[in-house]
Ligand binder design. Structure first.
Ligand code: XMP
Length: 299
């Protein structure tokens, strides 16, 4: 792909010009060697088994110099009783930076003994459409300088880039997952119990989508937890439990999106499994709104 090859060259040139030759290979982390430290932060609002899967794939399979930092307790503490979506985003953005800075300090200390340079740059995977929701997401007084080599690209262009770099199909075609994670898919305040519910429901949903061979037809699918209980019945008992909202959209640029028309039998299987297998859920709804005017996320 001609335009992608020239993009890589152009970006390498741009990065070389702004940060010097040592950082020229940020686009291909494998080529950077031990000067590049990837940090995977468990923020407590990731999908079920997400950190474990990503670690195995990136570290064990691709050989990336990756550290997994479990900061879930810090994130969940700071998110306690917070319901307002933009506050959730801000708290999560700031906490990420705190974790990155602490991790950079730890690596600097290790490097000092070896006579190596201090960490100066934070590489972020911001894409063009993210530039709107990431505004104000990062702390103003950050010590690290942020570089965002992909910030002018759309998702489909980044995918072309990934394929060009030899990444495999599943990795390249994974549905996007927002930085604030499940925090913006749990409407209202966040508790560990709600995280468990939405993780389990989402896991079943995606598993059934894959089994039905529909994953690649859908641009993004997820389960969200609605902020109310409703009445149900189990045996001769009335229940008052949570509602899961399922969303799936078709889109190429994520700026507009159509809700996905599932075959009814697939929806039925998903709904049955979620209600039977996820404790605390008695109702499942499917979102039939397109973007615009609805957004892809609910918060
Ligand atoms: P919306 O909800 O605006 O989403 O239609 C468009 C795309 O952006 C993702 N999204 C986010 N990604 N931080 C992110 O990194 C955010 O705060 C955020 N909000 C939405 C969303 O998942 C979809 O792919």
């Amino acid at each position: 792909n001609w335009s992608m090859t020239s993009f890589i060259d152009k970006e390498i040139e741009r990065i070389r010009a702004t940060v010097g030759p040592t950082a020229q290979v940020v686009l291909m982390s494998m080529a950077i060697g031990d000067r590049f430290h990837a940090i995977l932060v468990d923020n407590g609002v990731m999908r079920l088994n997400e950190c474990k899967t990503v670690y195995e794939r990136m570290h064990n399979k691709l050989g990336i110099n990756l550290t997994l930092v479990d900061a879930s307790k810090t994130f969940l503490d700071r998110l306690k009783d917070v319901s307002e979506p933009e506050r959730k985003r801000k708290i999560i953005g700031n906490t990420f930076i705190d974790v990155f800075e602490a991790e950079a300090a730890r690596i600097d200390k290790e490097n000092e003994a070896k006579g190596l340079h201090k960490i100066e740059f934070l590489l972020q995977g911001t894409l063009y459409p993210d530039t709107h929701h990431n505004v104000g997401g990062l702390k103003e007084d950050m010590k690290l300088k942020v570089i965002e080599p992909l910030r002018e690209l759309f998702k489909d262009e980044v995918r072309a880039l990934g394929l060009l770099m030899g990444l495999d199909h599943d990795l390249v075609w994974r549905h996007p997952f927002p930085g604030p994670g499940l925090a913006i898919r749990i409407l209202g305040d966040i508790t560990e119990e709600k995280v468990r519910i939405v993780q389990q429901a989402d896991h079943i949903y995606i598993e059934e989508i894959r089994k039905a061979g529909l994953y690649d037809k859908i641009a993004q699918a997820y389960a969200a937890l609605l902020p109310f209980n409703s009445v149900g019945v189990m045996g001769d008992q009335r229940t008052y439990e949570k509602t899961i909202c399922l969303r799936a959209v078709e889109s190429t640029d994520f700026m507009t999106a159509d809700w996905f028309m599932f075959p009814y039998d697939v929806l039925k299987r998903i709904s049955n499994r979620i209600i039977n297998e996820v404790r605390g859920v008695n109702r499942v709804m499917y979102d039939v709104s397109s973007k615009p005017p609805a957004t892809i996320e609910l918060e």
